[in-house]
Write a protein that binds this ligand. Structure first.
Ligand code: FAD
Length: 340
């Protein structure tokens, strides 16, 4: 028998694929479902989700094709817009999406328990984010789903808002706007900067919201040093599989869960798991260049948004890189546009 601890996207996906292959699986969470999870709920590059996890196609979500990238504060900012022919995002409510994935695992034959001791010979640890010291780098995110009177359809990414090493965002959902901010730790005054961002959105009539609300949560920005120990393999946030440039983690959580299931079904070892994860998505977990020089990093991002304002191709590449639609080497293009 296999025990899976944590029934978020990583755990439920591992359980789904193991149960489908005929394995006896116990999926154990510390809480009852459906449960809240502070998250923007953006499935980046939905076409790739549907290709990799065909059952996700059944889940209804709002598709987003338009993006706006900003750099600057208050009324002194550059902004580059882009409309893609392929969906950038499928927006979901995490409470419902995670419950959907859990039910898929149960339908496939996994047994779900709340707060039970694991009995399996192998343990898949999908217990989500750990305290920051578990990871080489970690961040803090503040987020809330605000109900809207009229829907919006453009995602807003505001690099370096309030001087942070990170970005603030608006992700539109059906009937809601998810407004959030994420920055590398340590970060002072993040609550104040979040409030300023909501004010900025109001002033610029991007989103009309009343009270400022948020939930705060730690986010890994680098994998932990070991991805397995003894009979336990780490998947998803427990392993630190989040793209530090965007905060995207759901896809890597689900993919690492699927790879862990494949490891067991094909009788492979933990070393194979580690190499397969690196091969499939290691590129997207690379640390951000100049992350320790926030002044320089923000100067480059500001310049990039300025270039994208005038150059549609560059704006397209920036957008595709951000939403994982494609991996473009932006450096050469950036340098060329800088000097010519
Ligand atoms: C504010 C914010 C916004 C984000 N926005 C996005 C986004 O738009 N798109 C995106 O792709 N990613 C986003 N992420 C990242 C994403 O939320 C995570 O990467 C993803 O949820 C990881 O899934 P998981 O299954 O590993 O962990 P989780 O979803 O955290 O699930 C872990 C589960 O384990 C359970 N658990 C914990 N401890 C135990 C235990 N001891 N025993 C049993 N069960 C336990 C928990 O109850 C929980 O159900 C965001 C993160 C934050 C903080």
């Amino acid at each position: 028998m296999v025990s899976i601890l944590g029934a978020g996207p990583a755990g439920s996906t591992a359980a789904y694929y193991l149960a489908k292959s005929g394995y006896k699986v116990e999926l154990i969470d510390k809480t009852e479902f459906p449960r809240e999870k502070p998250c923007a709920g953006g499935l980046f590059n939905p076409e790739m989700y549907h290709q990799e996890f065909p059952h996700v196609k059944e889940y209804p979500g709002k598709y987003i094709y338009r993006s706006k990238f900003y750099f600057g504060i208050d009324n002194d900012y550059n902004v580059a817009g882009y409309e893609s022919s392929r969906p950038l995002l499928k927006m979901v409510m995490r409470k419902e999406f995670d419950y959907f994935l859990l039910n898929k695992a149960i339908e496939a034959g996994a047994l779900f328990y709340v707060a039970k001791n694991p009995e399996g010979e192998i343990i898949i640890d999908a217990t989500g984010v750990k305290p920051p010291h578990f990871y080489k780098d970690a961040g803090i995110c503040l987020v809330f789903d605000y109900p809207l009177s009229s829907d919006i359809d453009t995602v807003h990414i505001h690099y370096g808002f309030g001087g942070i090493t990170g970005y603030a965002w608006v992700y539109p959902k059906q009937g809601f706007a998810n407004i959030g901010i994420g920055a590398y730790l340590p970060q002072r005054n993040i609550r104040k900067i979040y409030k300023n961002y909501v004010d900025f959105l109001r002033r610029n009539r991007i989103v009309e919201v009343d009270d400022v609300k948020y939930m705060a949560k730690i986010i890994p920005f680098a994998p932990r040093s070991r991805w397995y120990e003894r009979n336990r393999v780490f998947v998803g946030d427990a392993a630190g599989f989040v793209n530090p440039a965007t905060g995207e983690g759901i896809f890597f959580a689900m993919l690492s869960g699927k790879i862990a299931a494949r490891m067991i079904v094909e009788g492979r070892d933990f070393n194979w798991y580690e190499n397969e994860c690196k091969r499939r998505f290691g590129y997207w977990l690379e640390p951000i260049r100049f992350r320790n020089r926030p002044g320089l990093l923000n100067m480059i991002l500001k310049k990039a948004v300025k270039i994208a304002e005038k150059d549609k191709d560059f704006a397209g590449m920036l957008t595709e890189n951000f939403f994982r639609l494609g991996a473009h080497n932006l450096t050469w293009r950036f340098l060329l546009r800088l000097f010519f």
